[in-house]
Design a protein around this ligand. Structure first.
Ligand code: PMT
Length: 403
């Protein structure tokens, strides 16, 4: 692959030299683009010597009138001639520019003209990383379908400890390898993925719901898209943007989700039920707002249809992946749901604690397989967990195709 390696300002810029070396070793060509701040930390000559190419540092080359003219469109040429853009380290400023489409230097301008996959490895001080503005920018970049290689925890140049350290060059190179190798191995597969909560109305202004943010399901959609699958994302009401390229069907209630899933089942080769569907709904939806006229109010609830079990009964040759949100006995419950709901795999996560499950940025799961085996995926950002789940799913598909 022809890779553009964007290097932005930060003490971790020196690690980009090792990354360039690893990418070259993987057989790619590497064109380095450095921002002005990056050049405060490392010389372009280092990258030129490693890659054998002139490093691009400016939007305009003023060495001669001809050079100025041709350089004025060079960012378009570089964008068109390359297959993959890797930005490492990506500073907070660069994340903000990319997320908002600002184009004031070669890298950000070229990024806007670039159509291929983008891998971004942020690095910065831990407080800057955790700032709501940075996190919003990261979410926006994920929503654009870019692959974020999360910074690691560790001692930072500023003397503090926390998340913000650039992921090791080998980890970033692995992410690039995944994109280049598996870019389209799921092409031809259609994943129907459910995400988010359902809302079961009580009256015109109130509903019963749960804390699902949609992050896990959206991450699964993103991971499936990364590998070339078509994705139908049936989503309850959430506050995050869907990944670019997903066909989104927005629903509100469990009954609407049932209709959307069953109505699109024919088109799907894989179904992943990550949504947190209400198990019960009010037996009666009041047409008027319920008045606060009594000291106590009892609600009569009735069960919703179990969508996963319904798909399980009608799945044909489809691969069916269920989820299990549990507060105890993770493996037993996962295995029970796998059998009872006729799934090919169940992804079980502990909920109700802190740091994983509902709303969290991270998750930790156990995969219950039909063979009776369990696969532990330790705590990691939801997108990383999603990539591993999609990877296991891809292997099952591959095995089935071979047999
Ligand atoms: O959205 P996030 O904030 O990122 O949180 C992610 C998550 C915790 C919601 C997700 O990882 C998860 O665990 N999803 C499943 C939640 C759930 O409803 O689990 P359950 O054990 O109650 O249900 C088991 C399975 O049956 C699930 O696949 C569920 O989608 C399905 N189900 C449940 C009830 C119902 N009426 N119909 C269903 O299809």
């Amino acid at each position: 692959m022809r890779i553009v390696l964007g290097v932005t300002g930060g003490i971790a810029a020196y690690k980009a030299a090792e990354l360039a070396r690893l990418l070259l070793q993987q057989g790619h060509t590497v064109q380095v683009v450095m921002t002005r701040s990056a050049r405060e930390f490392i010389q372009p000559l280092t990258f030129a010597a490693l890659t054998g190419r002139k490093v691009i540092t400016e939007l305009f080359d003023h060495s001669s009138p001809e050079a100025t003219l041709s350089s004025s469109v060079e960012h378009i040429g570089v964008a068109q001639e390359h297959d993959l853009l890797v930005i490492a380290p990506a500073s907070a400023n660069t994340l903000a520019k990319l997320a908002h489409g600002l184009a004031d230097d070669f890298l950000s301008t070229m990024y806007l003209a670039f159509r291929g996959p983008v891998v971004i490895a942020p690095a910065m001080n831990n407080v800057m990383w955790e700032h709501a503005a940075t996190q919003a920018n990261v979410s926006a970049l994920r929503a654009l379908g870019h692959i974020l290689v999360e910074p690691a925890d560790g001692y930072l140049a500023c003397g503090t400890y926390g998340p913000g350290r650039l992921a090791e060059p080998a980890v970033i190179a692995d992410a690039v390898e995944r994109v280049t190798k598996s870019g389209s191995d799921l092409a031809g597969q259609t994943f129907l993925i459910t995400a988010g909560p359902t809302q079961e109305p009580l009256d015109p202004v109130r509903y019963l719901s749960n804390r699902s943010s949609g992050k896990m399901g959206y991450a699964l959609a993103e991971a499936a898209l990364e590998r070339g699958a078509k994705v139908i994302l049936v989503s309850g009401p959430v506050a995050i943007r869907p990944p670019r390229g997903a066909e989104v069907i927005s629903i509100r209630t469990a009954a609407e989700m049932l209709d959307a899933v069953m109505g699109n089942l024919e088109r799907a080769s894989v179904v992943i039920k990550c949504a947190a569907v209400a198990d019960f709904k009010p037996a009666v939806e009041s047409a008027q707002k319920i008045k606060k006229s009594q000291a106590r109010l009892s609600l009569e609830l009735e069960p919703t249809v179990d969508i996963l079990a319904t798909v399980g009964k009608n799945k044909g040759n489809r691969l069916l992946v269920g989820f299990a949100a549990e507060t105890q006995n993770l493996r037993e419950e996962a295995h029970r749901k796998l059998t009872v709901k006729n799934c090919d795999m169940v992804v079980a996560n502990l909920v109700g604690g802190s740091g994983t499950g509902f709303e969290a940025e991270n998750n930790a799961v156990v995969l219950a397989m039909q063979s009776g085996e369990f696969v532990e995926l330790p705590k990691a950002p939801k997108i990383e967990i999603a990539r591993q789940i999609i990877d296991v799913t891809a292997k099952i598909i591959d095995r089935r195709m071979r047999s």
